[in-house]
Ligand binder design. Sequence first.
Ligand code: DGL
Length: 275
Amino acid sequence: MQEHTRLPIGLFDSGMGGLTVLNAIAQRLPWEDLLYLGDTARLPYGTKGRETIIRYTLLAAKKLVERGMKMLVVACNTATANALPVLRKELSPLPVVGVVEPGAQAAVTVSRNGHILVIATEATIKSAVYEQAIVRLRPSALCSAKACTLFVAMAEEGLMQGHIVEAMAHYYLDDLLCKGPDEKPDTMILGCTHFPLLKQTLAEVVGPDVTVVDPASNVALAVHRELEVMGLLGDTSLKGKYHFMTTDNQERFARTGSLFLGRELRPEEVELVDL
Ligand code: DGL
């Protein structure tokens, strides 16, 4: 078990989005090593069918298992929504943490009127996992959901602000938010790990009476708790090391990844892998 605690935490997303989760984990658990895989060759997952998402997710998980990890964080809502039970079964007894439950928990905690809007990819919305988790946690809650497919492409493009992002946000969200105070959601979950990159613009468009929830910090909390419970916490006197893998175009991963990480990522720091 001692040896085991030294292994990295594995994180996986279809692309760069999961780096928003990596940031939150790095902030909360700075001593842990992190091993990140972005499956940019197959991105986007959000427009794919369930079986395809499960197949891709299992391939990515297999690659991380080969490298060695003590826990898998599915830093992708689409993969969590469609493949979490299969992953848990296949990888057992390795602990697997998804992003949906911690996101739903964060939202029900901050919502006052219990009306929560989930924005995510098509495949996450179709799975209805957020609604199910929210209603389980707060049975009186009311959920609205909206697939915002193009936000993924904008985030991968590094387009975070400006009139194109604003226009797109109005296009997707106006009909959900132009309602009377009784019908209007007071909380909006960023149910895709790419969306936090657009958070500032989205918050401006939805206005100050809607709290925008990024599940990432609650995911980091869930990871921390699970490591503690499993006796898998690393040596807190160390400084964690990070390794990045992508399935396509290291140069692009480094360029856009720098925006997600908020620090420069050089192409030499990114390993190209095949699944
Ligand atoms: N970042 C992924 C998520 O959280 C989805 C992006 C994609 O469509 O691949 O849902």
